[in-house]
Design a protein around this ligand. Structure first.
Ligand code: NAI
Ligand code: HPV
Length: 401
């Protein structure tokens, strides 16, 4: 198996991959055309990336079977194109969430105490205790969280340590779950903005979340509030945020930017770099030793499972049973050709198999195949399946959703 690592990756992860006996090409500077050319020229089975973009063209001109996002957000991978070519995409959920929560709190405190400006002025030889004595403080204030995934859950624990109240907006969090987490629940983003002194965004970038934090949201924020974004720049309407920094006297702590450079070095001259109301970091949320080691371990686990079993943990592009309407349960003698017989009959009826599992029972005499299909096979097809001497029985069940 050939594995291409096209991003910076921990030594422990490279050692873990080597111990699997796979052939590794570690080329962390590949991107855009150089990555496309490399994938087209050599038949790699697995591609490992961090924030490096993986386009449809790269996927289509490759022999990849698996793309691993060594991190959480996979918006930089054309998952639709991967699905269309039968390429699995997996990520490492929850492995860097503590690191991101730590940075989000760093930005939150930095915005409240203007730490970067303190440092900058002292380095210029200026003492300005008077100018920097207007912080609001965190204790007793309300932190509003957007999204309730791995990072938000880490944020709750840290907010508790600072004596903050937490309110969250989430699509799936019921009042009971909010109560169990010991936090408040905002019915929508406007309510969240109105209730929060500090807002921190932790949603994945999707077509629904792109530009989700718009002018209406920023208009609803409290005057002088702090806005933290460590998720993705594109979740925010940048013009609306920039306007609100002035009109609502907000401060923003940002780790991510629309159109940020790929990789470790580059230039950035966007409108967010020089605004005195913005404290910005260089997309370093996940970049702690602990987080990178945890991500590397998980990446090695994913590749190991793929290599040894063909199964992939944390796949993000398998749609389990969504198109299936019926399931066939075929109890049969464990003999060569039985499943081929069943599939041949289904094919003759134009019935498409969605998922299939065949388990062998103790003693290795008999097996049960569960085959989910996109429409109900006719009674004639079921009868034809039963005609095989090695088929004991066939049941067809409608899937209840
Ligand atoms: N700055 C950095 O270095 C890092 C940034 N991230 C970013 O943070 C994001 C969140 O990370 P995790 O919490 O680990 O992911 P997660 O998958 O555990 O949580 C994402 C949450 O977003 C919610 N969500 C998605 N669409 C939504 C919508 N339309 N409305 C409301 N909620 C919605 C989901 O329900 C889920 O609870 C990642 O997708 C990634 O973009 C993640 C790790 C490092
Ligand atoms: O895990 C994520 O979603 C991140 O944004 C981390 O990005 P990185 O691996 O540091 O390029």
């Amino acid at each position: 198996m050939k594995v291409l690592v096209a991003d910076k990756f921990e030594d422990s992860g490279l050692a873990g991959l080597r111990s699997l006996g796979v052939e590794i090409a570690y080329e962390p500077d590949l991107k855009d055309t150089t990555l496309a050319a490399r994938l087209a020229e050599e038949p790699f089975d697995v591609l490992i990336v961090r924030s490096t973009k993986v386009s449809a063209e790269m996927i289509e001109n490759s022999r990849l079977g698996l793309i691993v996002r060594a991190g959480a957000g996979y918006n930089t991978i054309d998952v639709g194109a991967a699905s269309a070519r039968g390429v699995l995409v997996a990520n490492c959920p929850g492995k860097n969430s503590q690191a991101v929560a730590e940075l989000a709190f760093g930005l939150l405190l930095a915005c409240d105490r203007k730490i970067a400006d303190n440092v900058a002025q002292l380095r210029e030889g200026k003492w300005n205790k008077a100018g920097f004595s207007k912080a609001r403080g965190l204790y007793g204030r309300t932190l509003g969280l957007i999204g309730m995934g791995n990072i938000s859950q880490e944020m709750i624990q840290r907010a508790r340590g600072f004596g903050m109240n937490v309110v969250a907006y989430s699509r799936w969090m019921s009042p009971e779950i909010a109560a169990a987490l010991g936090i408040g629940r905002a019915a929508n983003l406007i309510e969240l903005a109105q209730q929060s002194d500090f807002v921190s965004v932790h949603v994945s970038l999707t077509k629904e979340t792109r530009g989700m934090l718009d002018k209406k949201f920023f208009d609803a924020m409290r005057n002088g509030a702090v806005f933290i974004n460590t998720s993705r720049g594109e979740v925010v309407d940048q013009a609306a945020m920039l306007e609100a920094l002035d009109t609502k006297e907000l401060f923003a702590g940002l780790d991510v930017f629309e159109g940020e450079p790929e990789g470790g070095k580059g230039s950035y001259e966007g409108p967010l770099a020089n605004n005195p109301r913005i404290y910005a970091t260089h997309h370093i949320g996940a970049s702690t030793e602990q987080a990178q080691e945890a991500v590397a371990d998980e990446t090695v686990r994913i590749v190991r499972e793929y290599l040894l079993t063909g199964m992939v943990p944390n796949v993000v592009n398998v749609k389990r049973g969504e198109a299936a309407s019926h399931v066939l349960i075929v109890r049969h003698a464990d003999r060569v050709g039985v499943l081929a017989h069943v599939l041949e009959i289904l094919k003759g009826e134009g019935v498409s198999v969605q998922e299939m599992e065949n388990v062998i029972l103790g003693g290795a005499q008999a097996a049960i195949a569960q085959i989910s299909v996109d429409k109900e096979p006719s009674p004639a097809a079921t009868a034809a399946i039963k005609l095989n001497a090695n088929v004991f029985d066939v049941n067809v069940m409608a899937i209840q959703r």
